[in-house]
Design a protein around this ligand. Structure first.
Ligand SMILES: *[C@@H]1O[C@H](CO)[C@@H](O)[C@H](O)[C@H]1NC(C)=O
Ligand SMILES: *[C@@H]1O[C@H](CO)[C@@H](O)[C@H](O)[C@H]1NC(C)=O
Length: 224
């Protein structure tokens, strides 16, 4: 739901909802798309040491959260926030899909940037899945597949998927290597010219489609 404190004073939730719709409409009129940053990797219900029960913990902890398979009273923590949403469980997956479709249908949001999206590639025991059902469903969904869908392809448990996030030809990636290399170039680190060319021209080392051995854009360019 839109946060009420972002709405003009005194309006409450309904005004917040209406104002967001008006804002999206105004932005579209000005030719600007709206991409929502969404966090489906954890919730506000905190960790085992400081449990904070607002909903899922009380409804069905083991359905909504990833638990340590060796100790079911221990939450897994791939989000850096103490809990991890069990997002490939069928029930949780439907919740996430309904939520995304709601933003598109009600608010006309054009796309989403998924925070710590590697979490969405993990199974109930935390292990990475080859074909994560939620990622696939988002790519195939009749509403969502028409949106821009962008992964932040890593998480706090070390699942680093830059260049190999499961995509079904629909998911795009937030390219952390582009960010890091551009920073190094702007900071003035030596030897960054070739790297800059690789990044600005589309990171063929990551996205050319086949494993690339060549380390610079020129070598790749000459070999194709
Ligand atoms: C399981 O985890 C809980 C919560 O962290 C802890 O209190 C308990 O000692 C653990 N049990 C075992 C057998 O490690
Ligand atoms: C969860 O992981 C983060 C690091 O990613 C750590 O800072 C935090 O203390 C952890 N929380 C718990 C409850 O272990």
């Amino acid at each position: 739901a839109p946060m009420t404190r972002y709405a003009s004073a005194g309006g409450g939730p309904l005004a917040a909802s209406r104002e967001l719709k008006q804002m999206v409409k105004a932005l579209h009129k000005a030719g600007i798309e709206v991409i929502l940053d969404v966090v489906y990797n954890h919730t506000n219900e905190a960790d085992d040491a400081n449990p904070y029960v607002t909903s899922f913990r009380g409804i069905d902890n083991k359905v909504y959260y990833m638990l340590d398979p060796k100790n079911n009273s221990q939450l897994l923590n791939f989000s850096g926030c103490g809990n991890t949403l069990n997002c490939n469980h069928p029930v949780v997956m439907e919740l996430v899909l309904d939520s995304l479709r709601h933003w598109v249908k009600e608010y006309h949001i054009d796309g989403f940037r998924f925070d710590l999206a590697s979490v969405l590639c993990r199974g109930p025991d935390g292990s990475p899945l080859d074909a994560p059902p939620l990622i696939r469903e988002i790519a195939k969904d009749s509403v969502l597949s028409r949106c821009k869908i962008i992964a932040e392809p890593w998480d706090c448990g070390g699942l680093y998927l830059v260049g190999r996030f499961p995509n079904w030809d629909r998911w795009a990636e937030w390219n952390g290597k582009y960010r890091d290399d551009l920073r190094r170039f702007i900071k003035g680190d030596p030897g960054m010219k070739g790297v800059l060319a690789t990044r600005v021209s589309g990171s063929a080392d990551l996205y050319q489609g086949e494993p690339a051995e060549a380390s610079s854009w020129c070598e790749l360019y000459n070999s194709t």
